[in-house]
Design a protein around this ligand. Structure first.
Ligand code: Q46
Ligand code: ZN
Length: 305
């Protein structure tokens, strides 16, 4: 297989685009897809400070790498979930990665701040580990971005992640989540950071190939709590469809985004909706739909048991 751009030996075939690329041209392709995503969705500019949430995995480190190479003003945020060896290893990968590139890194330690690691916390409050983790990560992503004056918070969700999430939302007709699903969510009010997903045009295997070609030292192991997650099942189903009919994932998710835009301008009206329903949490001042935010309620519960 030869690269369609330069005829060197190809490292990856991309059937959905009827093409194949060598390492250098693949890196260009991923960078171009990221630039296009940033522009099309009006995510940020070179004048903005961008906080990238990094887990140590291939997606978030690839995103940080691409943005840094493209000359964006980036910093990393690592949330140490306190999940034994997995957290120790992923944290050391993130620290090394950012040190080598001279990128500023913020670290939030769940064990020290919340008083226990994710697994012990979730046992304590009788909630699934991933739901406890989601609440804590979302809270600190937003809080760190706002408190340190970043214009935007970027995460490494790729096309497969977004298509799988869409499939889950459609299967359960989660209309509220469907309204909020998108690669660029506005900073609708003070204390609420803009959230973006610049890898939404890049498939998971393309990100993985980017990470390997560019010798990024990422953690290969998944979080031990990811086993059996529904998202993995949805991804598997979509991969089977993609295999039989290349381009399915892209059609499914991009088609949804196009409908959202041409429809009633849902993502625009979402900002107005947010302004109407969000207020500062009485305990921590972070935006919430109730008097006390989900994070503060969760922490209060952990302290009383
Ligand atoms: S939610 Fe669950 Fe992930 Fe948190 S506990 Fe691990 S698997 S890291 S995206
Ligand atoms: Zn709060």
């Amino acid at each position: 297989m030869r690269c369609r751009k330069c005829s060197n030996k190809a490292v990856l075939g991309i059937p959905r685009h009827h093409t194949a690329f060598c390492g250098t041209c693949l890196t260009d392709f991923v960078s171009q897809q990221v630039m296009r995503a940033i522009k099309e969705e009006d995510m940020f500019t070179k004048a903005d400070r961008v906080l990238v949430a990094v887990s140590g995995g291939k997606d978030s480190l690839s995103l940080l790498d691409v943005l840094h190479r493209l000359g964006y003003d980036v910093a990393g945020l690592y949330v140490d979930l306190g999940i034994g060896e997995y957290s120790r290893l992923s944290k050391s990968k993130v620290e090394r990665f950012t040190q080598m590139r001279g990128i500023r890194l913020h670290v939030h330690q769940v064990l020290e701040t919340e008083g226990a690691g994710i697994n012990d916390l979730s046992d304590l409050i009788h909630r699934p580990a991933c739901s406890t983790c989601g609440t804590i990560k979302r809270y600190h992503f937003n809080r760190t971005a706002v408190e340190h004056g970043y214009a935007v918070l970027a995460t490494g969700h790729n096309l497969d992640d977004e298509a799988a999430r869409l499939l889950g939302n459609v299967l359960h007709w989660q209309t509220e989540y469907l309204k909020k699903q998108g690669p660029s969510l506005p900073d609708s009010l003070d204390g609420f950071a803009k959230k973006v997903k610049p890898l939404f045009r890049v498939a998971e295997r393309e990100v993985a190939a980017y990470a390997i070609v560019n010798r990024l030292d990422y953690i290969v192991e998944e979080c031990p709590n990811a086993k059996g997650a529904k998202m993995l099942l949805y991804k598997d189903m979509l991969n089977r469809l993609e295999h039989e009919s290349p381009g399915t994932k892209q059609m499914f998710y991009w088609g949804f985004l196009a409908m959202q835009k041409t429809g009633s301008g849902q993502r625009l009206s979402m900002a107005e909706n947010d302004r109407a329903i969000l207020q500062p949490c009485l305990k921590c001042s972070q935006p919430t739909t109730s008097e006390i935010c989900g994070y503060c309620r969760m922490m209060a519960r952990a302290q009383t048991v």
